[in-house]
Design a protein around this ligand. Structure first.
Ligand code: UTP
Length: 294
């Protein structure tokens, strides 16, 4: 039986240039969808998937994420003194008690692969998950990472990578896979290519921000030279992993919002507002009337 996935890595050291100037001081992952930052959705997903150790790969500007998951003594005691129990529960409920957070620094933004490599010592010799918090994946049932870690367990510890079909003209924004179908959701990956132009892309099946990987990936990352955009690409190390063991592409159940760009964040906000009983009717009304106005 393969070891279960207990550790999840959150690479949050990117520059977030698509949200400048906001991301001059605020990490992209702290941007809110309604009342919760993106990183909270990601952490909830990891916890749902069984993680008890969360590893944030951060840079020296992103203290807000550590502060967010830390105890807020002054705020908590004020809320407690004034009897605001519901608000206190919200502030204290960012993380379950059995979960611990570890912060490692990526000294320079040298790419996603490099960011994941920074977590090597903390992960050790275990399978682990990776969540890119700016891909918010919503599902009413099992979270995306949980679906993936269960598949990995069933498949004797195989690597599992979340994929989604994207329009052909967008292949150059993603890692693209060529895979042989196993069933409706899973396929065995034959090839991965980072950001191929639409005319040479092997398919339109794109890698999105969820991975379950074996520890072996770290050794492969150490040997990975800078690739597309001069960055150390996780996709290149996954390509090397394919030569050694089976890696599955998984079409998850759920809806993905690419909150790394403005439109995706707007769509996620509207979607989550529609799930909220207190906001749904007014949001619907707003969309309807603004359509008339537009
Ligand atoms: P992106 O490609 O979205 O880059 O990174 P970015 O810098 O965050 O945003 P833009 O494109 O400038 O707007 C994908 C993920 O990898 C992390 C990011 O934080 C994001 O979660 N990342 C990327 C790192 O942690 N370190 C890096 O060196 C690069």
């Amino acid at each position: 039986m393969a070891k279960p996935m207990r550790k999840v890595v959150f690479p949050v050291a990117g520059l977030g240039t698509r949200f400048l100037p906001a991301t001059k001081t605020v990490a992209k992952e702290m941007l809110p969808v309604l009342d919760r930052p993106l990183i909270q959705y990601a952490v909830d997903e990891a916890v749902d998937a069984g993680a008890d150790t969360l590893i944030f790969v951060t840079n020296r500007y992103k203290h807000a994420i550590a502060d967010y998951f830390d105890k807020a003594y002054e705020l908590e005691s004020k809320l407690s003194q004034s009897g605001k129990k519901e608000l206190l529960a919200l502030v204290q409920g960012t993380l379950p008690k059995h979960v611990r957070c570890i912060f490692v620094t990526q000294p320079e933004a040298l790419g996603l692969g490099h960011a994941v490599l920074c977590a090597k010592q903390v992960v050790g010799d275990e399978p682990f998950g990776v969540i890119l918090a700016d891909d918010l994946i919503w599902n009413a049932g099992k979270s995306c990472l949980r679906q993936m870690s269960e598949l990995s367990q069933r498949e004797n510890g195989a690597g599992v990578i979340a994929v989604e079909e994207v329009p052909r003209d967008q292949t150059d924004k993603y890692g693209i896979v060529d895979a042989t179908k196993i069933n409706e959701r899973a396929a065995k990956i034959n090839l991965v290519v980072e950001k191929p132009k639409p005319d040479v892309a092997p398919s339109n099946l794109a890698i999105v921000g969820r991975y379950v990987l074996p520890a072996r990936i770290f050794e492969l990352l150490e040997k990975t030279e800078p690739g597309a955009g001069g960055e150390i690409q996780l996709t290149d190390a996954i390509e090397a992993l394919l030569g050694e063991r089976s890696v599955l592409a998984y079409r998850f159940e759920g809806t993905r919002f690419d909150c790394g760009n403005k439109l995706g964040l707007v769509q996620a906000t509207l979607h989550m507002a529609m799930q909220d009983p207190k906001l749904a009717a007014a949001t619907k009304d707003f969309i309807r009337t603004s359509r008339i106005a537009g």
